[in-house]
Design a protein around this ligand. Structure first.
Ligand code: AMP
Length: 411
């Protein structure tokens, strides 16, 4: 299929050809016609599938077809809500690029950054606003953001927004937008709570599903290293010295873990960049740019900070800690081997993490190859720990507010 067949108009096609996009991706093929027909849709797609353009292109087209308001009179007609600052910036950049030959204006607001420039930008007038929930509600309360003219609301990475505790904010934002708006919900996974949210705010939605989370990216060479926890750092250094070439993302579960590993790698003369939720926004952006430009070949990140960020040409993903949620493994591994390229995913598993591997293998329906030839093997007698699964008969009661807060703190 060609973009022309999707009936996109000239300024958009021109921008796409400059980006060297020859044909729409699967999610674009399916979502664009539905969005142009003003339908509500639920899209289950991971980053890397071209999902941002899948909503950005038809939204630009719909706005372009009905515009010509002078700059001063511009009203926000499309709102995109997403969970993280990095993702918000990236979405805005996508809209700018695809809308280059339209006179539509996009703005972005997110927390952790100075509020005044964002207010100034809003006052100038924009057509499309990309926002994280907290800052959006803050600026709405201050009467700087007017949501009365929203025609299309996009909830991107809905599952992550709910995981991060934004459910009430998202519902509130939806209520602040006019009735009858078009709602587009994008989510990498479709857990019950996302379905529940979708049922409560979308009208007769169309479903689009591409590459379910249970399928790990094709072309990724996945390898498992059993290693004692204290030896993980040595294994990491060993592999970086001897086996790994090109760009690497190393995932850790905690912010503390990211900082610790960064210090060790710096001491060993590696140029590294790192991102996690405690880093100030400008620092996160600097780190990301360093990695994208290739100035730092290694990026160390927590999952939340890295989710949704489009980083091209990652050769290797290292799971320094095995994720305790199996879907997270698939997201991490999906950072490499994007767009048909091949890549490696190396997972370091200590005795206490063996149970997670079992769950992951079940989810991806694949037995991950165990690499036994390395200098720090795990004692085979080391006992695995049985992890209690979500939704099992061991399920605990509701989490207290304090424990929820605590959970939010470590990524
Ligand atoms: P996303 O899933 O939105 O994060 O997009 C992943 C990457 O695919 C981004 O770098 C996009 O620029 C790129 N992309 C999106 N659509 C296409 C397309 N039709 N052809 C080639 N690349 C694309």
């Amino acid at each position: 299929m060609q973009f022309k067949e999707l009936k996109l108009n000239k300024p958009i096609i021109r921008a796409l050809s400059e980006k060297d996009y020859s044909a729409p991706t699967l999610v674009q093929e399916r979502a664009i016609p539905a969005i142009l027909a003003k339908k509500d849709i639920i899209v289950s797609a991971q980053t890397g599938t071209g999902k941002t353009a899948a909503y950005a292109l038809p939204i630009l087209q719909l706005l372009f077809d009905k515009q010509d308001a002078p700059k001063k009179g511009k009203k926000i007609r499309t709102l995109i809500v997403c969970p993280t600052r990095e993702l918000a910036i990236q979405i805005e950049e996508n809209f700018e690029a695809y809308g280059k030959y339209t006179n539509l204006r996009t703005g972005v607001i997110f927390g952790g950054a100075s509020i005044q420039p964002q207010k100034d930008m809003l006052k100038k007038g924009i057509d499309i606003l990309v926002a994280t929930p907290g800052r959006l509600l803050d600026l709405h309360k201050q009467d700087v953001v007017n949501l009365d003219y929203i025609e299309t609301l996009v909830l991107d990475e809905a599952d992550l927004m709910l995981d991060m505790g934004f459910i009430d904010d998202v519902k509130k934002i939806e209520r602040l937008c006019p009735d009858g708006k078009q709602v587009l919900l994008f989510s990498a996974t479709m857990p019950y709570k996302v379905e529940h949210l979708a049922n409560s705010i979308l009208r007769d939605p169309e479903f689009v599903e591409v590459s379910p989370t249970s399928s790990a990216a094709k072309g990724v060479n996945q390898m498992l290293y059993y290693v004692p926890k204290p030896k993980k750092i040595e294994l990491c250094l060993h592999l970086l010295r001897n086996n790994i070439k090109g760009s690497v993302i190393i995932f850790r579960r905690t912010k503390y873990g990211v900082d610790k590993l960064e210090k060790t790698l710096l001491k060993n003369n590696y140029k590294v960049a790192s991102i996690h939720g405690d880093k100030a926004q400008p620092l996160r952006q600097v780190a990301l740019n360093e990695f994208k430009k290739g100035e730092a070949k290694i990026l160390i990140a927590t999952d939340v900070a890295a989710r949704g960020i489009d980083i091209k040409n990652v050769d290797t993903v290292i799971n320094f800690d095995i994720p305790n949620v199996s879907e997270t493994y698939v997201h991490r591994v999906g950072r490499t081997a994007r767009a048909g390229a091949s890549g490696m995913a190396l997972s370091f598993c200590s005795a206490d993490e063996k149970g997670y591997i079992k769950d992951i293998q079940q989810l991806i329906n694949t037995v991950i190859h165990v690499e036994e030839e390395h200098p720090y093997p795990l004692d085979p007698k080391a006992k695995p720990i049985v992890h209690k699964k979500k939704g099992s008969k061991y399920k605990k009661g509701r989490k207290s507010e304090a424990s929820k807060k605590k959970k939010k703190r470590w990524y």
